[in-house]
Design a protein around this ligand. Structure first.
Ligand code: FES
Ligand code: FES
Length: 162
Protein backbone atom coordinates (compact mmCIF):
# COMPACT_ATOMS: atom_id res chain seq x y z
CA UNK A 1 0.00 0.00 0.00
CA UNK A 2 1.31 3.42 -0.90
CA UNK A 3 1.71 6.31 1.51
CA UNK A 4 -1.54 8.05 2.30
CA UNK A 5 -2.12 11.64 1.30
CA UNK A 6 -4.48 14.12 2.92
CA UNK A 7 -7.00 15.80 0.66
CA UNK A 8 -9.83 18.28 1.16
CA UNK A 9 -13.02 17.71 -0.79
CA UNK A 10 -16.14 19.85 -0.93
CA UNK A 11 -19.13 17.60 -1.55
CA UNK A 12 -22.75 18.76 -1.52
CA UNK A 13 -21.67 21.95 0.20
CA UNK A 14 -19.72 20.22 3.00
CA UNK A 15 -15.97 20.19 3.38
CA UNK A 16 -14.23 16.89 4.16
CA UNK A 17 -10.61 16.26 5.10
CA UNK A 18 -9.59 12.70 4.23
CA UNK A 19 -6.47 10.54 4.31
CA UNK A 20 -6.54 8.46 1.14
CA UNK A 21 -4.41 6.31 -1.08
CA UNK A 22 -3.24 8.60 -3.90
CA UNK A 23 -4.69 6.18 -6.46
CA UNK A 24 -8.23 6.44 -5.03
CA UNK A 25 -10.84 7.58 -7.49
CA UNK A 26 -13.50 10.11 -6.62
CA UNK A 27 -16.06 7.30 -6.94
CA UNK A 28 -14.26 5.21 -4.33
CA UNK A 29 -14.02 8.11 -1.92
CA UNK A 30 -17.66 9.12 -2.36
CA UNK A 31 -18.99 5.61 -1.82
CA UNK A 32 -16.53 4.03 0.58
CA UNK A 33 -15.39 6.96 2.70
CA UNK A 34 -18.27 9.42 2.59
CA UNK A 35 -20.95 6.70 2.29
CA UNK A 36 -22.70 8.53 -0.54
CA UNK A 37 -23.88 5.35 -2.23
CA UNK A 38 -26.30 7.11 -4.59
CA UNK A 39 -23.41 7.42 -7.04
CA UNK A 40 -23.25 3.97 -8.60
CA UNK A 41 -20.31 1.74 -9.42
CA UNK A 42 -20.52 -0.37 -12.55
CA UNK A 43 -18.07 -0.58 -15.44
CA UNK A 44 -15.24 1.46 -13.87
CA UNK A 45 -14.11 2.23 -17.42
CA UNK A 46 -16.01 5.39 -18.31
CA UNK A 47 -18.48 3.48 -20.46
CA UNK A 48 -21.78 3.39 -18.56
CA UNK A 49 -22.25 6.73 -16.79
CA UNK A 50 -23.59 5.13 -13.59
CA UNK A 51 -20.95 7.01 -11.58
CA UNK A 52 -21.72 10.47 -13.01
CA UNK A 53 -21.46 13.39 -10.60
CA UNK A 54 -21.21 17.13 -11.13
CA UNK A 55 -17.78 18.69 -10.76
CA UNK A 56 -18.10 22.47 -10.90
CA UNK A 57 -21.45 21.88 -12.59
CA UNK A 58 -20.14 19.58 -15.33
CA UNK A 59 -21.09 15.92 -15.59
CA UNK A 60 -18.02 13.76 -14.93
CA UNK A 61 -17.45 10.02 -14.64
CA UNK A 62 -16.22 9.78 -11.07
CA UNK A 63 -14.68 6.36 -11.74
CA UNK A 64 -12.12 8.02 -14.01
CA UNK A 65 -11.21 11.00 -11.81
CA UNK A 66 -8.62 10.72 -9.07
CA UNK A 67 -10.07 12.09 -5.85
CA UNK A 68 -6.96 14.23 -5.38
CA UNK A 69 -7.71 15.95 -8.71
CA UNK A 70 -11.15 16.97 -7.43
CA UNK A 71 -9.73 19.19 -4.69
CA UNK A 72 -10.80 22.82 -4.87
CA UNK A 73 -13.87 21.94 -6.92
CA UNK A 74 -17.55 21.84 -6.01
CA UNK A 75 -18.73 18.24 -6.20
CA UNK A 76 -22.44 17.45 -6.29
CA UNK A 77 -23.89 13.97 -5.98
CA UNK A 78 -27.48 12.82 -6.23
CA UNK A 79 -27.75 13.19 -2.44
CA UNK A 80 -27.07 16.90 -2.77
CA UNK A 81 -29.93 17.77 -5.12
CA UNK A 82 -33.01 17.91 -2.91
CA UNK A 83 -33.37 21.14 -0.96
CA UNK A 84 -35.33 21.27 2.30
CA UNK A 85 -36.97 17.95 1.44
CA UNK A 86 -38.05 19.10 -2.03
CA UNK A 87 -36.72 17.09 -4.94
CA UNK A 88 -34.85 18.81 -7.77
CA UNK A 89 -37.09 19.42 -10.82
CA UNK A 90 -35.10 16.84 -12.81
CA UNK A 91 -35.69 14.22 -10.09
CA UNK A 92 -39.40 15.04 -10.13
CA UNK A 93 -39.54 14.76 -13.91
CA UNK A 94 -37.89 11.32 -13.94
CA UNK A 95 -40.43 10.06 -11.40
CA UNK A 96 -43.42 11.61 -13.11
CA UNK A 97 -42.48 10.34 -16.57
CA UNK A 98 -41.79 6.80 -15.30
CA UNK A 99 -38.18 7.01 -16.49
CA UNK A 100 -36.98 4.68 -13.72
CA UNK A 101 -37.17 0.91 -13.34
CA UNK A 102 -34.36 -0.62 -11.27
CA UNK A 103 -32.98 2.87 -10.73
CA UNK A 104 -29.32 1.86 -10.93
CA UNK A 105 -28.60 4.18 -13.84
CA UNK A 106 -30.89 6.97 -12.67
CA UNK A 107 -28.55 9.10 -10.56
CA UNK A 108 -26.11 9.25 -13.46
CA UNK A 109 -28.82 10.21 -15.95
CA UNK A 110 -30.10 12.90 -13.62
CA UNK A 111 -26.67 14.45 -13.17
CA UNK A 112 -26.04 14.43 -16.93
CA UNK A 113 -29.47 16.00 -17.48
CA UNK A 114 -28.74 18.81 -15.02
CA UNK A 115 -25.50 19.58 -16.85
CA UNK A 116 -27.37 19.53 -20.18
CA UNK A 117 -30.14 21.86 -19.03
CA UNK A 118 -27.69 24.32 -17.54
CA UNK A 119 -26.16 24.72 -21.01
CA UNK A 120 -29.36 24.18 -23.06
CA UNK A 121 -32.50 25.10 -21.10
CA UNK A 122 -34.60 24.11 -24.14
CA UNK A 123 -32.67 21.18 -25.59
CA UNK A 124 -33.41 19.66 -28.96
CA UNK A 125 -33.70 15.88 -29.27
CA UNK A 126 -30.19 15.93 -30.74
CA UNK A 127 -28.92 17.87 -27.69
CA UNK A 128 -30.54 15.30 -25.41
CA UNK A 129 -29.09 12.33 -27.29
CA UNK A 130 -25.63 13.89 -27.30
CA UNK A 131 -25.73 14.74 -23.59
CA UNK A 132 -26.95 11.30 -22.54
CA UNK A 133 -24.78 9.28 -24.94
CA UNK A 134 -22.44 8.35 -22.09
CA UNK A 135 -25.21 6.99 -19.87
CA UNK A 136 -26.51 3.46 -20.34
CA UNK A 137 -29.85 2.11 -19.12
CA UNK A 138 -30.57 -1.62 -19.32
CA UNK A 139 -34.22 -1.41 -18.23
CA UNK A 140 -36.33 1.44 -19.47
CA UNK A 141 -35.35 1.95 -23.05
CA UNK A 142 -34.69 5.60 -23.68
CA UNK A 143 -38.11 6.93 -24.69
CA UNK A 144 -39.23 7.72 -21.16
CA UNK A 145 -35.85 9.10 -20.23
CA UNK A 146 -36.01 11.53 -23.14
CA UNK A 147 -39.55 12.47 -22.09
CA UNK A 148 -38.29 13.13 -18.57
CA UNK A 149 -35.57 15.43 -19.87
CA UNK A 150 -38.11 17.37 -21.97
CA UNK A 151 -40.45 17.57 -18.97
CA UNK A 152 -37.62 18.76 -16.74
CA UNK A 153 -36.81 21.49 -19.25
CA UNK A 154 -40.44 22.58 -19.06
CA UNK A 155 -40.23 22.72 -15.27
CA UNK A 156 -37.13 24.86 -15.21
CA UNK A 157 -34.76 21.96 -14.63
CA UNK A 158 -31.86 24.25 -15.39
CA UNK A 159 -32.69 26.53 -12.48
CA UNK A 160 -30.84 24.42 -9.93
CA UNK A 161 -28.35 26.08 -7.65
CA UNK A 162 -25.89 23.20 -7.50
S1 FES B 1 -18.78 3.14 -13.45
FE1 FES B 1 -17.97 5.00 -14.21
S2 FES B 1 -18.59 5.10 -16.29
FE2 FES B 1 -19.25 3.13 -15.60
S1 FES C 1 -33.54 1.83 -14.78
FE1 FES C 1 -32.42 -0.03 -14.60
S2 FES C 1 -30.55 0.35 -15.67
FE2 FES C 1 -31.75 2.10 -16.03
Amino acid sequence: MSTLITIELRVNGKRHSLDIDPSSTLLEVLRNRLHLSGTKENCLEGECGACTVLVDGKAVNSCLLLAARAQGKEITTIEGLAKDGVLHPVQEAFIQEGAIQCGYCTPGFIMSTIDLLAAHPRPTDADIDRALAGNICRCTGYVKIRSAVRAAAGRGGSSHDT
